[in-house]
Design a protein around this ligand. Structure first.
Ligand code: TMP
Length: 244
């Protein structure tokens, strides 16, 4: 598998969806084959699950049910969209992935982190992003940015818990970034959209260059192999005794 897998993460209202769209436009402008997707969602099954989880705040979902639904949506997402896209050398940009479950259900709701790790591994066959950008923002600022927009899952129903919940998640994201510094990069999302976007580009562009270099290396190795095999077949033709 090659391609490039990028995920965007952060608390609600951190501005990651705007950044995702900006990056997708830029990658497409460069003629790259990009799949932009989101969790929960992306597939028909995932979008059905999203409706259960995110749209109807009046439904009380038990925390374990909620966890399993996010993970189920992810399993379908990886099998149906993400893995085939990466196998086809595409760039995948996903708005949320495994780290959201660790942050929201783990650090936010307090569900067992080891259990979440096992479920994430099961759902993804251990497929990890090449780059994860965490958009870091103070929960109060994030709440202000959301305005009257409904907040996903149980959050809408328990808005008074919103601040503490998001503070725990924010700390969770920062902890994850410290434990996987080569994959997870924290970007300060408190500034203007363009300011944040330039930080995203500074992370993504070197990776595109790496992918381009790796692909051109593979291409030149293939060219060398094919010209060597052509030489060999010409030599073996030349060695054949000529017909009288
Ligand atoms: P979004 O608004 O960023 O599209 O995300 C939808 C909501 O789902 C958001 O409140 C975060 C939540 N969520 C989880 O709680 N766990 C997860 O694993 C995922 C992917 C999202």
């Amino acid at each position: 598998m090659s391609g490039l897998f990028i995920t965007f993460e952060g608390i609600d209202g951190c501005g990651k969806s705007t950044q995702r769209d900006l990056l997708a436009e830029e990658l497409e402008r460069r003629g790259l084959d990009v799949l932009v997707t989101r969790e929960p969602g992306g597939t028909a099954i995932g979008e059905d699950i999203r409706r259960i989880l995110v749209s109807d705040a009046s439904v009380h979902i038990a925390p374990t049910t909620e966890l399993l639904l996010y993970v189920a949506a992810r399993a379908q997402h990886v099998a149906e969209l993400i893995k085939p896209a990466l196998d086809a050398d595409r760039i995948v940009v996903s708005d949320r992935y495994t780290d959201s479950t660790v942050a929201f259900q783990g650090y936010g709701r307090g569900l067992d982190l080891e259990m979440i790790a096992v479920l994430n591994k099961l759902a993804t066959a251990d497929l990890k992003p090449d780059l994860t950008v965490v958009f870091d923002l103070d929960p109060a600022t994030a709440r202000g940015r959301l305005g009257s927009r409904p907040i996903g899952g149980l959050l809408g129903a328990f808005d008074e818990q919103h601040s503490d919940f998001h503070k725990r998640m924010r700390q969770g994201y920062l902890k994850m970034a410290r434990s996987e510094p080569s994959r997870i990069h924290v970007v300060d999302a408190s500034g203007a959209i363009e300011e944040t976007y330039s930080k995203v580009l500074a992370l993504v562009l070197p990776m595109l260059e790496e992918v381009r270099r790796a692909k051109s290396e593979v291409r030149s190795q293939e060219e060398v192999r094919s010209s060597e095999s052509e030489v060999r077949s010409q030599e073996s033709e030349a060695r054949k005794p000529s017909n009288p």
